[in-house]
Design a protein around this ligand. Structure first.
Ligand SMILES: Cc1cc2nc3c(=O)[nH]c(=O)nc-3n(C[C@H](O)[C@H](O)[C@H](O)COP(=O)(O)O)c2cc1C
Length: 328
């Protein structure tokens, strides 16, 4: 039997479902995620998140946290019946992140409800986050990293499967999720090219508790992305995405169009050894646009609230479709 064959959700999941309109956690995206997007996401009933590093200089983080909290409080007051989801802040656990201690101290002051950690196992920071009542979801691409994160005491795992925007794994979501569920019955968030409501339902059917969605929300009015980037997402399909370690040293998915705009040939990038990373003046994330294979579901640039409403409609339609299929 799998670690989670019972119908009742894990208590952390049940608590979140009670505050959500749809089981979606919006991924934090470097440069792209900002307080306006996070507010719109949370107010629509899905969890919003931004990387702490997007608030520059560091002192701006306090303002961003205050802005999100004030916005959510005002929304709750104006709409007492609405489901308003909690927000998350992403912390990059890596020696290159020299702001980590300061950023965590700011999050402690604001008692940020969810911290999403990425890159290294968050061993040293989990206890501090728990001390202020925060929960830690850690993002992993392999079974070994999942095990290490659980040893570190995290409250949930984010499985970044093949096809996800930005730094992504290579494992099929079917394989990765099934293997993790064999030893873990806690909260699982699944990502990798989930870009419509049927995909959200599919993640739940597979045994995840939430879908993790990034790329879909870059094509929102609120996202901090250029109009060119947003329109390129509308135009693109899965075949227009390139998986390469060339730009950051870690394999990730990017829009081929932005690589061409930078004067490079996506089909002939130099070999991915460290000496090549500096050979282009194009800045990853700013000029080289991250995007997952789910881009084909993006047909326009919409306000985030409208995206969530559309996802909910698609989720309900997929559920109704399945209800009509019974097997003797
Ligand atoms: C443009 C872009 C920037 C990203 N930046 C971050 C980041 O700063 N921190 C992080 O943990 N993940 C980052 N991610 C990865 C996302 O957290 C997530 O794994 C991904 O968006 C999910 O796949 P999807 O885009 O196909 O929905 C980024 C993804 C994109 C597309």
């Amino acid at each position: 039997m799998n670690a989670r064959d019972t119908a009742a959700p894990h208590p952390v999941v049940a608590d979140l479902y009670g505050q959500m309109h749809l089981p979606v956690i919006c991924s934090p995206m470097f440069i792209v995620s900002n307080p306006a997007l996070v507010l719109a996401q949370c107010a629509s009933g899905v969890m919003g998140a931004f990387p702490a590093l997007n608030a520059r200089p560091q002192s701006l983080l306090a303002d961003w946290l205050a802005e999100v909290e004030a916005g959510l409080a005002a929304h709750r007051q104006a709409h007492p019946q609405a489901r308003v989801a909690p927000y998350a802040v992403n912390q990059i656990i890596h020696q290159s992140n020299d702001r980590l201690e300061q950023d965590l101290a700011e999050c402690a002051r604001h008692r940020v409800p969810y911290i999403i950690t990425s890159l290294r196992a968050p061993g040293d920071v989990v206890a501090g986050i728990h001390a202020w009542g925060g929960k830690v979801f850690h993002d992993v691409t392999t079974i070994r990293h999942a095990e290490k994160a659980l040893e570190a005491g995290v409250d949930g795992l984010i499985l970044v499967a093949a096809g996800a925007g930005g730094h992504a794994g290579t494992l099929s979501p079917f394989a990765l999720l099934a293997e993790v569920r064999r030893f873990y019955d806690g909260p699982i968030v699944l990502s990798g090219a989930i870009a419509n409501g049927a995909g959200v339902l599919a993640a739940l059917a597979m045994g995840a508790d939430f879908a993790y969605m990034g790329t879909r929300f870059i094509a929102s009015r609120e996202a901090n992305a250029s109009e060119g980037y947003k329109q390129a997402l509308v135009q693109a399909s899965a075949n227009d995405i390139l998986y390469t370690p060339f730009f950051t040293g870690i394999p990730g998915n990017y829009l081929k169009a932005s690589i061409v705009n930078a004067g490079l040939d996506p089909a002939n990038l130099p070999a991915p050894d460290a000496s090549n990373f500096g050979t282009t003046r194009a800045k990853p994330w700013k000029d080289i646009w991250g995007a997952g294979q789910g881009v084909g579901s993006i047909t326009g640039v919409q306000p985030a609230a409208e995206i969530v409403a559309q996802l909910r409609g698609e989720f309900d339609a997929a559920q109704a479709r399945l209800a009509g299929r019974t097997f003797a």
